[in-house]
Write a new protein. Structure first.
Length: 65
């Protein structure tokens, strides 16, 4: 059973997770929300070295508004 697709929350829909620029490990999504940088802020954290990466994404569904 897929634990990813079993979740109805739109914010938990699988999205592209970047690789850590420091150690190339797959980063974990730790925060989703709006910010002054844009309506779709994503904050990723590297589970290996703890590096934090913030980015914004375009959301065609406009779920943030
Ligand atoms: Zn890392």
């Amino acid at each position: 059973m897929s634990e990813i697709y079993a979740r109805p929350e739109p914010t938990l829909i699988p999205i592209r997770r970047p690789l850590c620029p420091a150690c190339q490990s797959r980063m974990l999504l730790v925060h989703v929300g709006a910010s002054c940088d844009g309506p779709n802020l994503r904050i990723f954290e590297c589970s290996k070295c703890g590096n934090v990466h913030e980015t914004t994404v375009d959301d065609p569904n406009g779920s943030a508004r």
